[in-house]
Design a protein around this ligand. Structure first.
Ligand SMILES: [Mn+2]
Length: 475
């Protein structure tokens, strides 16, 4: 009997980013992460995802932490494991499109402070919105010998999203100079046998390594990984068991055990993983007790598959309806969502397109007339500011919402002037490091509040020192 060629499946650990973003609103503080980092560094992970996504916003806004400081502290402790971040293309980690000089500076500082792999995605899968971040990463790779540009395709279902669409995208991503491809299934829509089909097709279209990212929301994720691995996927994203499953990823230990003794064996030490899980478990219990972790997000939400709407989008919609005392319109809105999505060119539903489609659907139902009112963001999508959609947008809707306005077909960022100097001018009284300008660029108000807090803390520390030395209170 001939022995099968060994191909250990590589693992990206998400407990320090997506897992706590998905389960406890991104509230895990740096001080909790640091004591376990050195142990995690011994596992042999392909990478540890620990930055980007909502971690940047949540650090500044809720935890009153400098996200750059978190990154540097993690880098110090992860001596051999690659650190990975999630990056929203031209929107960086914010909610608006930025000029290229801000994208370049952000990529440069991310890598300089410790990031190895940058996973870059766009909510419309418009590759033009990813090119600048890829170029900036490649420049750093040449200068510093570090930096890996991974382009992520937002996975979705619909007429336009055929196997041909995905394989065609894979070829284009290879041409644009990326180092690897990720299929980013934020809603858990990719079912096991479809995953096998998709991965086989993509593997035959490109030589680039392929990584699969999914969520356990609909309950199929573990099986989806199994079929994807058999079909040749190179890397999967998992989370340590205390912060796995539900709206998070499949559990690391479970996937490791699944492939033990097969050609895909990770070789990870289950005892070491158990020690790491022991560290996270009491924190999970604490989160359950204080309400940060809602048991509701831990179960299987099969509605995700039924309506193809990400879990977060459903909960947003319910709270919007509650505010309007219109909870009885829930099913009307659910039916309206796919219609709005079609009108807007059938985009994937991921931040920010998910919020834009969801909010517009609520408006359409509650106003009693479709597009009687349109949000600022719906108008921007129709104008083409977010990029090109895979299908054409509905001309009747365009005529009704933005009559006579010019639509953009170029890359929107080409119309933006460089903005780093202007941003620095606005915030220079607070600047203590170059990175502060970038924090301000992404979240002007939140970052300014944080800078004020930081200064107050620093002055308070000085005051206590002065106090003990002189026994007097300086003014
Ligand atoms: Mn995710």
């Amino acid at each position: 009997m001939s022995e099968q060629v060994k191909k250990p499946i590589k693992i990206t650990e998400t407990v320090l980013r997506d897992a706590h973003q998905s389960l406890i609103a991104t509230r895990m503080p740096t001080e909790f992460m640091l004591p376990i980092a050195e142990k995690m560094d011994q596992v042999g992970y392909h990478s540890v995802e620990c930055w980007g996504g909502a971690t940047f916003d949540a650090s500044l806004r809720f935890l009153k932490e400098d996200p750059w400081d978190r990154l540097r502290k993690l880098r110090d402790r992860f001596k051999k494991t690659k650190l990975q971040m999630l990056f929203r293309g031209q929107n960086i980690l914010g909610y608006r499109p930025y000029a290229d000089d801000v994208v370049d500076a952000f990529v440069q500082k991310s890598i300089a402070n410790g990031i190895d792999i940058i996973r870059i995605f766009d909510c419309l899968n418009d590759l033009r919105n990813l090119q600048e971040a890829v170029n900036a990463t490649n420049r750093m790779k040449q200068q510093e010998g570090r930096g890996h540009a991974q382009v992520a395709l937002s996975y979705t279902l619909g007429d336009a999203y055929t196997l041909e669409y995905w394989t065609d995208m894979a070829k284009k991503i290879e041409e644009m100079g990326a180092d690897s491809i990720c299929i980013k299934d934020m809603a858990g829509l990719l079912v096991p046998y479809k995953a096998a089909e998709l991965i086989s097709a993509m593997k035959s279209a490109t030589k680039l390594p392929i990584q699969l990212h999914t969520h356990y929301t609909s309950g199929v994720a573990g099986m989806t990984y199994l079929k994807a691995v058999e079909a040749g996927v190179d890397v999967i994203d998992t989370a340590m068991s205390p912060f796995a499953m539900g709206t998070s990823q499949p559990a690391t230990e479970v996937m490791v055990e699944t492939f033990k003794g097969t050609p895909y064996d990770t070789g990870f030490d289950q005892n070491l993983l158990a020690e790491i899980a022991d560290y996270f478990r009491p924190y999970r219990d604490e989160c359950l007790k204080n309400g940060l972790l809602n048991p509701k997000v831990m179960g299987v939400d099969i509605k995700t598959l039924l309506y193809q709407v990400p879990g977060g989008m459903l909960s947003n919609m319910v709270s919007q309806l509650k505010e309007q005392n219109a909870e009885d319109r829930y099913y009307d809105v659910l039916q309206e969502i796919p219609k709005v999505r079609k009108d807007l060119g059938e985009p994937p539903l991921v931040t920010p397109s998910s919020q834009i489609v969801g909010t517009q659907a609520v408006f359409n139902v509650l106003m009693g007339e479709r597009y009687k009112m349109a949000t600022k963001e719906t108008k921007a999508v129709l104008r083409g500011e977010y990029g090109q959609t895979v299908k054409p947008m509905n001309q009747e809707v365009i005529d009704k919402v933005i009559p006579g306005e010019t639509r953009i077909t170029c890359r929107y960022a080409d119309m933006l002037e460089n903005e780093m100097d202007k941003l620095e001018g606005e915030m220079k009284e607070w600047k203590q490091q170059d990175e502060d300008v970038l924090s301000y660029a992404l979240f002007p108000q939140v970052a300014t509040d944080f800078f004020k807090y930081r200064q107050a803390q620093q002055e308070k520390v000085d005051m206590t020192q002065a106090d003990t030395k002189n026994g007097a209170y300086p003014v």
